[in-house]
Design a protein around this ligand. Structure first.
Ligand SMILES: C[S@@+](CC[C@H](N)C(=O)[O-])C[C@H]1O[C@@H](n2cnc3c(N)ncnc32)[C@H](O)[C@@H]1O
Length: 234
């Protein structure tokens, strides 16, 4: 799994947030946070595990909202950034970070109320294993996003150095079925792929985003969307 190695490099971890979430990328960060909050609902005192938490964007946000949250990632440098962020925003005492492999979670069955992973399944060679582990340690809910096969992302996906797998809706449904999870909500977004938004200054990106969401709400939106969010229950 190339993505596993890619994120172990100090320079990749250091550049991660600036590269993805500055300029037009701010809109992506905001939308992803909304997707997580919408799917999880009220988080206060809920026991939540974030798989592949990276530099802790969501972990810190959820700790700040009173969740009992553990962030797990295989990369020491990414987690180090997460710890720094947690100190910066004053939530370091309210969360736990663990270095571990999402393919073999170091938790007993049914340990968390909810388990989620953002921007992780595109890195997975064996998504069945990861889905089944997420399901095993969750009591109620599993939430994830995927990058979509039939979208503009496929134009540059092959060139990404960390490797990137695209999914069809049918493949995701099969993964959920195999893990005995019931899909209770989906959302499809971003006709303009992330790589496009990241290149744009904030002002231009907002204009394109308005157009993107308008198109997204028409019948051509869901089939062309480059990202899907999947909310499943046990
Ligand atoms: C694109 S980053 C996403 C980080 C974070 N979820 C976010 O959205 O900002 C992918 C993360 O997956 C982690 N990762 C890759 N393979 C993993 C594995 N087998 N177990 C745990 N984490 C893994 C990488 O270290 C990296 O931090």
């Amino acid at each position: 799994m190339k993505g596993q190695e890619w994120y172990q490099a100090d320079e990749v971890a250091e550049a991660y947030d600036e590269k993805r979430f500055s300029r037009g990328g701010r809109l992506i960060d905001r939308r992803e946070k909304e997707a997580v909050l919408h799917a999880l609902g009220p988080v206060e005192d809920r026991e939540i595990l974030e798989i592949a938490c990276g530099t802790g964007r969501f972990t810190a946000m959820l700790a700040d909202r009173g969740a009992d949250i553990v962030g797990l990632d295989i990369s020491g440098p990414m987690l180090q950034r997460g710890r720094e962020r947690a100190r910066e925003v004053g939530v370091a005492d309210n969360l736990e970070y663990m270095r571990s492999d999402a393919g073999r979670l170091p938790f007993p069955d049914n340990r968390f109320d909810a388990v989620f992973a953002m921007r992780f399944f595109h890195l997975a060679d064996t998504p069945e294993t990861f889905m089944s582990e997420m399901r095993r340690v969750s009591r109620e809910q599993v939430f994830l996003d995927t990058f979509n096969r039939f979208s503009a992302r496929s134009l540059y996906n092959w060139a990404l150095p960390m490797g990137s797998r695209l999914y069809s809706g049918r493949e995701v449904q099969e993964l959920l079925d195999a893990a005995d999870l019931d899909l209770v909500g989906t959302d499809h977004d971003w006709i303009g792929p992330y790589g496009f938004y990241r290149k744009l200054p904030n002002t231009l990106a907002s204009g394109f985003r308005t157009l993107d969401t308008a198109l997204g709400s028409t019948p051509i939106g869901p089939p062309l969307a480059s990202v899907s969010y999947w909310n499943a229950r046990l």
